[in-house]
Structures are given as C-alpha cells and as structure tokens.
Design a protein around this ligand. Structure first.
Ligand code: NAP
Length: 242
C-alpha cells in the first residue's frame, strides 16, 4: 500500500492536501496536535474519495513523542511504506521583535524547524532503502521575503528552506526529491483574524488563495512529471512576490 503522511492534516492546507493525496490513491496518515474532531472530519473527507486513512496524533515539536508514535507506526507496519511526507504543521505567534518573548520565539521555531527534523528523521531511512520518496515542506512567503512582526516565523521558514535545499542534494542519488511550497495569504484558521479585504488589495490577483490551490502543487510534486525537480521552492501567492 502506498502511504502518505501529512503533518497538521486536521485543518486548513493540511486537510486539503490529505484529500488530494487520497484522490491520488494514497493511504493517508493524518497527523494532528490536539483537534481530534477536525482530524476526524479530514478522515471523512479522505474516505469519501474511496481511499483510506488513519489518524496519528503527535506534537511535531516533541522529538520523543514523534519517535514514540511515528517511529512506533513505522516499526509496526513493515509491510507499508511512507512514500510521501508533507511537513505542513505550523503555527504563528506574531509580535514585533522588541516585544517578542522567549516562548513566542521558541514555539514557532520548534514546531516548524525542529518539527521538520523530528518527523523527516523517522521516515527518511525507508525512503532511502526503497530508493523512492517525495518530501514536501510547507514554508511561506515570510521565509523568503521576511515579514515585519514575524522574525520567529520568517526565521523558522527560512531555516526549512535551507534544509530543503541541503537535504535535496544529500538524497537525490537515492531517488528521493525534497521541495518546498511557499504560500502567500491562504484562507484558513491561521489567517482568519487578518483583515482580508485590506490585505487582498495588496495581492495582484486581489484575493486570498484557497487550501485546494496549495494542494494542487503538492499533487504536482508527488507526480512522475516532477521527478527531476528537487531543492526547489514554489511560490503560490497570487503574484504578491516573485
Ligand atoms: P491552520 O489552519 O492553523 O492549521 C494548522 C495545522 O497544524 C492544524 O492541523 C494543527 O493541528 C497542526 N499543528 C499545529 N501545531 C502542531 C504541532 N505541534 N504538531 C502537529 N500538528 C500541529 O494552518 P494553515 O494555514 O493550514 O497552515 C498550514 C501550513 O502552511 C503551516 O506550516 C503554515 O505556516 C503554512 N502557511 C500558511 C499560510 C496561510 O496563509 N494560511 C501562508 C503561508 C504558509 P490541530 O488541528 O490539532 O491544532
């Protein structure tokens, strides 16, 4: 059975990615941190496509928990293989640097950057052994351009972009590609409290993107057509920044 793991699959972009991968025939491992009801809704969306899935609860920022839950899953499912990993879980805790406290800095860096490391470590070995794998990291325009009020988030996402490029070169010979997607403003819980009207006016397409528009790019990166693309960052931002 070909499996895909999506971190932060319970809501927003992660949910749309889970459903898209299910449409492509993957058995989807839906990771979430705490919102089980939302994760169940994603699972319903996955099974509605005719595919299968299961929930996997762990905090991507907690290395011991990732080792226990995800490492345990890998250990207990030797007949299954996680061929696609989408490192999507992320949070933002915005503040100007002047007022930012240690917790805000550490939380955001830990979940995005250390989360990438903790989760990828658990699935990379099998990808290398099978000489087949696709890793897609959800970064952000903020990690490319830098956004005021987001030094923590910009640093974490820029870190993941660097790691994407380095890992891509390490594993290319083994048939594993590593790419990143950098969304601009996408309509999810994460952007719910932003002033959409005002911010959309700055976007050349004059609107926020949808989670499904991001999921479409994930589908491209996992496809055979993208087999020679690695170490890339794809912007999905309605022309906001190129
Ligand atoms: P969202 O709607 O806030 O959903 C966040 C998801 O991440 C939820 O499934 C949540 O699980 C999960 N999550 C949070 N912390 C976690 C942790 N420690 N361990 C495991 N899962 C965790 O976010 P989104 O807008 O879909 O964003 C998805 C990704 O895209 C993030 O990496 C974000 O930085 C990036 N991004 C988003 C935008 C945007 O405009 N929305 C733009 C650029 C980049 P629970 O449901 O259990 O809380």
């Amino acid at each position: 059975m070909k499996c895909a793991l999506v971190t932060g699959g319970s809501r927003g972009i992660g949910r749309a990615v889970c459903i898209k991968l299910a449409e492509l025939g993957y058995h989807v491992l839906i990771n979430y941190k705490g919102n089980e009801a939302a994760a169940q809704e994603t699972l319903e969306g996955v099974t509605a496509t005719g595919s299968t899935g299961e929930l996997l609860q762990f905090n991507v920022g907690d290395a011991a928990e990732v080792q226990q839950v995800l490492g345990g899953w890998v250990e207990n499912h030797k007949d299954q293989f996680i061929e696609v990993l989408v490192n999507n879980a992320g949070i933002r805790e915005d503040s100007l640097m002047f007022w930012m406290n240690d917790t805000q800095w550490n939380n955001v860096v830990n979940i995005s950057l250390n989360g990438f490391f903790n989760v990828t470590k658990q699935v990379l070995n099998n990808m290398l052994l099978k000489r087949n794998g696709r890793i897609i990291n959800m970064v952000s325009l903020s990690g490319l351009k830098g956004l005021p009020g987001q030094t923590n988030y910009s640093a974490a996402k820029a870190g993941v972009i660097g790691a994407t490029k380095a890992l891509a070169q390490e594993v290319a010979k083994r048939g594993v590609t590593v790419n990143a997607i950098a969304p601009g403003y996408i309509k999810t819980d994460m952007t719910a409290e932003l002033n959409e009207k005002e911010l959309a006016a700055q976007v050349p397409m004059n609107r926020f993107g949808t989670p499904e528009e991001v999921a479409g790019a994930v589908a491209f990166f996992v496809s055979r057509a993208a087999g020679y693309i690695t170490g890339e960052v794809l912007n999905i931002n309605g022309g906001l920044h190129t």
